[in-house]
Design a protein around this ligand. Structure first.
Ligand code: XMP
Length: 499
């Protein structure tokens, strides 16, 4: 839907017709699913949705639910169709307009629609499914047995676009420019003349949400960036110089490296490190927050009432599609702000996916190095040094990480790699020979992973030449490192980060 430049929202099948009507949709799509309509407990939904007069497209299971609800028949034929299937288009109509008569579509179903509802025209069939697509132009109801949303369906996107643009008459006008326009108007309405603060982590989400809020309310916004001393090479400069230069955001950097490193002294346990870093982050942020509130009060100006959060749509969907009152996840953006911060949240990215956030970021002129950045954990390099975190070790890791990142980027691998943690095994030493002498240095681990959502991941098959270059450069250029090893573990069983 979004690729067709149409705004869409995912709602659960338990939504009522009245709730759907309240959203005033221009079209409805009933998705596929693994169930049989005959199964006990199969997901049903309020058939009153069909009375709303809204153009509707059923896909796979949604197609069968639709067929049944409108008086057609679904048969348990015992014939299954899985994978690439030949489809014959017999009467294209609006839904299959401008598509070839023979095409390959992706199927995954057991039951089949055996009779279309009264007044519906059958548009396509396959060898084992006589009714593979149907339509009633009059009612604006459409359905396909196959999965148009899957890349392997040759004309899948065209099915969706025909439904959206031709059948439902929805224009293709959802793009990053009007996302910005809409959000800016909303933020202004929400915030009024109050002051806003934002915690910048250097990551994409907080960078884009902060820039959007800044565009909306200008210097009513103050961004706070906590430098905990665990950042990667160049990160602070990127935020302080490039980001500020491109957005004009008023930024306060909290130089908290000494405090963080002091508290981390002697600590080796991963969970303890995370707790300390999380706690100190909150302390640093709250201190600035108090100062800003005091400053606002002293000036007799507007109160500081809002906090910007870079929550994305997948977070919203995962937490059950909740309404406006997001709880702040401990893994979110900036290491988990406490839930009792006395602020209302401003979340301008709540309807967006990551690639859309990046598009908005580019449109706002945020530097590419920030916009295309891969995920980086809030606790930073602190959880990529296995063993105690010290300044010297951070320096070693920072150099090695910068080399790995620059080589992966130069090899054009940024898009195919989800992220590549670079890990220093600080308590491990091995014997090497460098120059003419024996060395006794530390190993660096490369952990390139491919993933959709970081919940599961596979190790990325980075070309050997690229690995060789990274290994050569790190062992040549980084003092103390005499060995580079590759982590070839998927998640599960390994997590992405080592700690
Ligand atoms: P794991 O190691 O759990 O990581 O497989 C999954 C994803 O989450 C990132 N990560 C974090 N992000 N704060 C964050 O903002 C954290 O404390 C944190 N720990 C892990 C990790 O980089 C990966 O993308």
């Amino acid at each position: 839907m979004r690729e067709a430049s149409v705004y869409s929202e995912i709602v659960p099948h338990t939504i009522t017709a009245a709730e759907v009507a309240a959203k005033n949709p221009a079209g409805i799509i009933l998705s596929g699913g693994p169930s049989s309509v005959y199964e006990e407990g199969a997901p049903s939904f309020d058939a009153g949705v069909f009375e709303l007069g809204v153009p509707t497209l059923g896909i796979c299971y949604g197609f069968q639910v639709m067929a049944r609800a409108l008086g057609g028949e679904v048969a348990q034929t015992g014939r299954r169709e899985y994978g690439a299937t030949d489809v014959s288009v017999t009467a294209p109509g609006t839904l299959l307009a401008d598509q070839p008569a023979e095409q390959i579509a992706w199927m995954s179903h057991g039951d089949s629609v055996s009779r279309a509802p009264e007044g519906f025209e059958v548009l396509a069939s396959t060898l084992s499914t006589p009714v593979a697509a149907f339509a009633s132009d009059e009612k604006k109801f459409y359905g396909v047995q196959w999965h148009p949303e899957v890349k392997h369906s040759q004309y899948g996107q065209s099915v969706l676009e025909n439904f959206l643009h031709r059948a439902a008459g929805i224009p293709a006008d959802w793009n990053s420019e009007n996302v910005i326009e809409t959000q800016v108007a909303r933020i202004r309405e929400q915030v009024g003349s109050a002051r806003v603060i934002s915690a910048l982590s250097g990551g994409v989400d907080s960078a884009v949400s902060t820039a959007l809020v800044h565009k909306a309310v200008g210097d009513q916004l103050t961004a706070v960036f906590v430098d905990h001393g665990l950042l990667r090479k160049g990160e602070r400069e990127q935020v302080e110089k490039d980001y500020v230069a491109s957005t004009g955001v008023r930024l306060i950097t909290v130089d908290a490296a000494d405090t963080f490193l002091g508290h981390l002294e002697g600590v080796t346990d991963p969970e303890q490190k995370r707790k300390i870093i999380g706690r100190e982050f909150i302390r640093a942020f709250e201190k600035v927050q108090r100062e800003l509130v005091a400053e606002a009060e002293a000036e007799g100006g507007e109160p500081v009432k809002f906090l910007v959060q870079g929550t994305l749509y997948p977070d919203v969907v995962e937490s059950g599609g909740g309404t406006g009152t997001a709880n702040i996840k401990s893994h979110h953006n900036v290491g988990g702000l406490p839930e009792d911060l006395d602020f209302e949240l401003v979340e301008p990215l709540r309807t967006l996916f990551k690639d859309e956030v990046r598009a908005v970021g580019r449109e706002l002129g945020i530097p590419e190095a920030i916009v295309s950045r891969q995920p980086f954990p809030g606790p930073g390099l602190g959880i990529r040094i296995i063993g105690e975190v010290t300044r010297e070790r951070l320096e070693i890791l920072r150099e090695a990480d910068a080399i790995a990142r620059s080589e992966l980027t130069a090899a054009g691998l940024d898009e195919s790699i989800w992220q590549c943690p670079v890990v220093l095994l600080a308590d491990v030493r091995s014997v090497g020979v460098q120059g003419d002498g024996r060395t006794y240095g530390h190993p660096i681990v490369l952990r390139p992973v491919s993933s959709e959502d970081a919940m599961t991941a596979d190790w990325t098959r980075v070309p050997y030449e690229v690995l060789a270059r990274i290994s050569n450069r790190i062992t040549n250029e980084v003092r103390e490192v005499n060995r580079v090893v590759l982590d070839v573990t998927s998640k599960p069983p390994g997590t992405i980060e080592w700690e």
